[in-house]
Write a protein that binds this ligand. Structure first.
Ligand code: ADP
Ligand code: UDP
Length: 253
């Protein structure tokens, strides 16, 4: 059997050539990093959880008409996605002040924002993903004004959907990051949600206790990351396998 071709290896995922032109296989690794790779650990089963959770969020988004790259999950760690031309920006949507926004602007973590706030960061590890303005984005050609309008609209739709879904299981969506790509359809192109949506890329706080159920558990050494992600998966009714490697579904109560 021919060995499949690796297209890219990043910090948390590997991309392989897919079975059809225009598709990719996204493999979710257990590698967990923070601070642009400065802190790095293997957390057993994290890739399995993120594969499942990203599938859950992306299929939910598709069901309300938000276009995403997700095609189907292939196995515990892999999903088939549509290959897109990535826009080199991270789109962050915030409902509550936290993380870099709190630091940058001196707003206490946990402060409810008057409305969702969208920020753009340039995807560039050498520069530590700096925050950029719409002026920068257009002047330097990273995206057009139309792309920006579409990215804002996608960000807000994802925020509404994800906030509601999480609130339904007693979790507050504090903020999240998405990455967006261009999908070509004949002479047309449209922007679709790509990469992943998972507790690696969201802040999720328990509504009752304020407990953090996201990657801050790892970034800030607050406890067991895979337990936190498993809690999110359980509440959403997503069934992770027990230890990330055995087969057969296991009911989670
Ligand atoms: P990083 O590159 O930041 O280390 P990952 O390990 O998550 O992050 O790598 C996944 C890479 O795949 C990212 O660079 C992301 O932009 C890219 N990507 C995600 N979805 C798609 C897609 N559908 N088509 C092409 N590239 C994608
Ligand atoms: N985020 C991400 N990848 C990044 C940077 C941020 O997924 O490279 C997510 C992060 O998990 C949080 C949101 O984007 O949900 C806002 O992150 P912030 O700017 O506060 O940065 P951080 O505090 O993580 O440095």
């Amino acid at each position: 059997m021919a060995r499949r071709r690796m297209v890219y290896e990043g910090k948390a995922k590997i991309l392989y050539e897919g079975p059809e032109p225009g598709t990719l296989i996204q493999f979710f690794k257990d590698d967990t990093t923070a601070g642009n790779g400065e802190k790095h650990e293997l957390i057993e089963g994290k890739g399995v959880l993120n594969n499942r959770l990203s599938e859950h969020f992306m299929t939910g988004l598709a069901s309300i008409g938000v276009p995403t790259h997700f095609i189907k999950r292939l196995n515990m760690r892999e999903q088939l996605v549509r290959a897109v031309e990535m826009i080199p920006l991270e789109v962050v949507v915030r409902n509550v002040a936290a993380g870099s926004m709190s630091k940058r602007l001196g707003i206490e973590e946990g402060t409810q924002l008057p409305r969702p706030i969208i920020e753009f960061y340039l995807k560039n590890d050498d520069l530590n993903d700096p925050i950029v303005s719409e002026e920068h984005i257009i002047a330097f050609g990273w995206a057009t004004q139309q792309d920006l309008d579409d990215m804002v609209s996608l960000g807000l739709r994802v925020n509404d959907f994800m906030s509601g879904m999480m609130m339904g299981v007693g979790i507050k969506l504090i903020d999240f990051k998405i990455e967006i790509g261009r999908a070509f359809e004949g002479d047309f192109q449209r922007l679709i949600v790509a990469d992943e949506i998972s507790p690696d890329s969201c802040r999720l706080w328990d509504v009752e206790t304020g407990q953090k159920l996201d990657k801050d558990v790892f970034r800030r050494d607050l406890g067991n990351l895979s337990e936190a992600y498993t809690e999110v998966a359980k509440r959403l009714g997503v069934m992770p396998r027990q230890n990330g490697s055995n087969d057969g579904p296991k009911l989670v109560h």
